[in-house]
Ligand binder design. Structure first.
Ligand code: 6PG
Length: 234
């Protein structure tokens, strides 16, 4: 991993404004460099104020932006638990293209294969990955369980896999599709947005442990090639 930089923000608003501004810069730079911007954005609650600030940024050519959830729960697109649905309500209305990873199904691994085929039609690498992290150290939907190794250490060409967390997270007990470490680690810019002392301690320890980390985020970051900016608020 190149380097990790921590940015401590005083409030949710400061964090939202700072990260939205940084994302806007990444998008504009990508469009200038290669005519479009491919960004993967986390689900969950913490980044929502960032996304709400981002849609208010002036000057972004949203019709040249492709937004991919870093992961999604396999629920209906209109379900409040759907990350793609949430991102569409924010960014599709601005003109961005949203690439969903899957919906309700009883075969989550097939959903992972279908998402992988869909992602294969895009240009890579990503220009930006914005991640959250659970208190258990999961990120995207890279969770302990039968699909963990496929997600964290699978073949380089596999960009999405189906995941059945074990144990299931109480807050969102769903089968999922996640971008793999192979897809995430090559992004040109990586940002992590977390809140609270507990998560800060988990993330610091995961970074320290690196490839031997038990927390998925530690295993991922140990493979990352770009600099990582971590935005944290108490
Ligand atoms: C998801 C996210 C997930 C999220 C963490 C943290 O689909 O839930 O992609 O990885 O980032 O669970 O969520 P909070 O920011 O809500 O704590």
């Amino acid at each position: 991993m190149e380097e990790v930089e921590w940015w401590e923000m005083e409030s949710a608003k400061d964090l939202a404004d700072q990260v939205a501004g940084d994302i806007s810069f990444v998008i504009e730079s990508a469009i200038e460099a290669h005519g479009n911007a491919r960004i993967a954005l986390a689900g969950g609650e913490t980044p929502l104020p960032v996304y709400e600030a981002l849609v208010k940024q002036d000057g972004i050519e949203w019709d040249k932006v492709t937004v991919i959830p870093t992961d999604d729960r396999l629920v209906g697109f209109a379900d409040p638990a759907s990350n793609a649905g949430k991102l569409a309500r924010l960014f599709a209305v601005k003109g961005a293209k949203i690439v969903p990873l899957g919906e309700e199904t009883d075969d989550y691994r097939a959903a992972g294969r279908e998402a992988d085929a869909r992602l294969g039609e895009l240009e890579w690498p990503l220009d930006l990955v914005l991640l959250g992290m659970g208190a258990d150290g999961h990120t995207a939907s890279i969770f302990p369980g039968p699909d963990f190794e496929a997600a964290i250490a699978g073949p380089r060409e596999r960009r999405a896999v189906g995941v059945r967390p074990d144990p299931m997270p109480a807050s969102a007990p769903y089968d999922r599709v996640t971008l793999t470490a192979a897809a995430l680690k090559e992004a040109r810019a990586i940002m992590i947005v977390i809140a609270g002392d507990e998560k800060k301690a988990v993330l610091e320890q995961a970074i320290e442990q690196g490839p031997l980390a038990t927390a998925p985020v530690g295993r991922l970051l140990s493979q990352v090639e770009a600099a990582v900016d971590i935005f944290w608020m108490p």
